[in-house]
Design a binder for this molecule. Sequence first.
Ligand SMILES: Cc1cc2nc3c(=O)[nH]c(=O)nc-3n(C[C@H](O)[C@H](O)[C@H](O)COP(=O)(O)O)c2cc1C
Length: 489
Amino acid sequence: MCRSIRRNRTLSATMMRFRKADPMTTRPIRFNAFDMSCVGHISSGLWRHPADQAQRYTDISYWTELAKLLERGKFDGIFIADVLGTYDVYAGNADAAIKHGSQVPVTDPLLVVSAMAAVTEHLGFGVTAGTAYEHPYPFARRLSTLDHLTKGRVGWNVVTGYLPSAARNMGHDDQLEHDRRYDIADEYLEVLYKLWEGSWEDDAVERDRETGVFTDPGKVHGIEHDGTYFKVPGIHLVEPSPQRSPVIYQAGASSRGIAFAAENAEAIFVAAPSKRVIATQVKQIRDALEAAGRDRYAARIYAMVTVIVDETHEKAKAKEAEYLSYADDEAALVLMSGWMGADLSQYELDAPIGAVKSNAIQSFVTSLQEDAAAGDEWTVRSLAEAGKIGGFGARIVGSATEVADELERWVEETDVDGFNLAYAITPGTFEDIVEFVVPELQRRGRYQTEYAPGTLRQKLHGRGDRLPVEHRGARYKVGAKVGADVAPE
Ligand SMILES: Cc1cc2nc3c(=O)[nH]c(=O)nc-3n(C[C@H](O)[C@H](O)[C@H](O)COP(=O)(O)O)c2cc1C
């Protein structure tokens, strides 16, 4: 295993001393849970662990129980990943993915949200959906529906896709080139903002039994969108929901991805194996937010990590070893190959990853190459080893004190707002975090003890339910000049 991985993934007792953070970095630490409606999310092979309940992903009670647990732990939200294809880059076919349950079978992430909303009051929902294969018009309606049903707790993780198999099953020869996918996403969001922000005036719905006017037609506007990829003349089908636009989440960190995030994102997921790479990404993102006329902290940034915690350091290490005994190298390489867009079955196990040119997740490949430049070369073997629990995020293992120390160090050294917590086993990993880590951070005054009231957007940013004026989507608000370069007053 390469040095940076060993350095960042396990915590020796001597590293555990808590360094006092300066006031800049004493803001609360935020938690988000990372899940997917499948058995093999990013901890490969662990569905075989006797305590793992990922196989209940088709059972609605799995989701409602998880939602209640996360709300008890005062998590900001649950982020449900999604892909619309199989991981068939490894060995050139999907056999290994299908055999190991690597993100297939996978069910629709949106449909479980209303059930989770019914049993919670505060938890947010970041649901993944891509911009490549579904027309924005019906998608706008589904998200507005969820925003109503959740009372304003829905967020949308905007993804541009990275699996060629998804493109093929939607009738294309291959997926489009990386940056072009973001160009389409730009227009996709323009259509959505017009529908969500610009179609219905706030007081359009009168519900007047006397006059018989349910809605004033003069206050509902067709969006007249006629662009390069989409044509949508009509009105949005849903009356304004609590947030109108859902909270926009994003997780791409290539330079094109960051440019997209700077204009649109209100919460961002970053992932890399080392604090050093995350710190670089976070600085680039915050600089880009400012360059787009927004506050450096206008997007909450969550780093993906997997926490394995127990009463003592020794117990946590034993738990990690026991989890690892169920992990599967080949299943890890199936996922890695999909993320990199490179078939890792073709490499010698100890071959360095080197200069892969990726049309998949570019920021993943870049972060591996940055590690290599810093002297920590990645090989196929070390990738499988590191990635089989928690994918390409860091793994933090220790007692509650040790984990809390390390999370504080992460915030201090990288300027993230919090963590996107992946699981080794579910819901066991989340139960451990709620039992051990949350109370420890609360004791230190670093974690919320009560939720703020209001919608997800208000909880995350404290600036109201709707998009703030400097956000790109606000240009399309009713009354603003649609498509104008300047934000309305
Ligand atoms: C933590 C994290 C989670 C992601 N989850 C998904 C997902 O569920 N579905 C998906 O299609 N892409 C997902 N992605 C991929 C990105 O959203 C994005 O499309 C990809 O990173 C390509 O962007 P980039 O090349 O700009 O980094 C994820 C990326 C990260 C870092």
